[in-house]
Write a new protein. Sequence first.
Length: 446
Amino acid sequence: MVRQAARLRALHVVTTVCVGMSVLSACSRAGDRNRLPPAAEFLFAAGDSTYWVHSSSEGIRVRSAPILLTEVDGHFYEVFVAEDGVEYSDASFTSSRIWSRELLHSDSTLLFEDSTVMHEAAAWEKRHPLEVPIDPDNEQTTDDPRTVVTENIEIVDVHGPYLTYRHLLDVDVEVAEPHRHEGRREVVDVRYGKRATLIGLFGAVEAARVVLVGRASLAKIKDSVQKANDERALAARETLDSFHFDSTSFGITDIGRAPAVAFLVPGTGIDGDALAVYLPPIAAAAPPWWSGVRPSLPDWTVDSSRVHWNRGTYDVVARPLADGNALKLGLSAHTLGPSREWPIATVAAPAYQLITLDAPSVGTQLRAALARAFDISTTLDGIVQRAHWLRHHAIDSLHGRPNFADRRTRRLRRAPDPKFSSLHRGTLHVHTRDTNSGHGRWLANL
């Protein structure tokens, strides 16, 4: 009996040790898993760049490029602006066009062009038949040519199939008075190059309501300026009558991941400069196509201290830095244990959208097309940014921002949209064109 009891005790001890070793082994494996980032792959658009993030048991890899991509029903489109121009000793002409290209096809679709610059250039050449084009990089040009005709296109935002852009046109011709300086905002379908209308986007009833709210908003702003007596209001009053509501000058924006319409009301300054009033965004009822857009949009906390995208098995998180000009991007897993966040990169603000590549997973053909598009974009802009996060080495930041190419190249440049300004709600923004620098500048915030 004593021997049998001893054997039973020995068996119990061995069994306990084995079970304990199994538990320790399982815990060790769980601990290893908790130390590794979750599997994830997505495109993250922020600032003037798109970041391609791939996370696996090998670590996190990040690649960035000055490229604008959007996804519509599983099809990926690249959007770019092409600039061309011609210089003479006393004249300068620059035109811009917007193109889109589905990544799996080589042909591009023209989204927007304005023939004004080409017409003015042809007319000038007829008046000066002996003038020949010059290379501004190798030949001296005048700092103040008598004829300058330029157009500038800036991408404001993209929501699935619809691209919002701002078109600015300056016509200063030696024989024409007054000069023309115009600006407006428009929406175009990246798939077909068709200009979008409020009725086509939101339906006739909702479009009519949005237009009424927009007109009332402009009337309220004008009335406030007329009644105000401060210095800024007095300055604005001189040009107030030049602002006329245009229901076709609008863009798509979002408020809390819901659709909204932002009207740009064109006007003219006392010196003929192009001015614009940006009306506060008007919330619109979500149309059916918005269901494919909403998951890609940033979801901000109430205090604006954090933005995230919930992707099921993982979260993508971004936190603004103190100056508000950059975001710290991170990745966290949905686990039963304590949550952990893996740093990805510090990127330029604002955050625009996140497009997943893993739900559903993209095929090898599309992945190769994405790689080619990144290669071309970074080559044209003269910079390639790559970074790697390995198991024991986290990335703090991606240093520097792309130096975007100038003329006769593809480029991405987003406009400084008031949507991303802390002052945009209920604020009148007046925008003017600086014809010397060719860039927009803020004239006043009333």
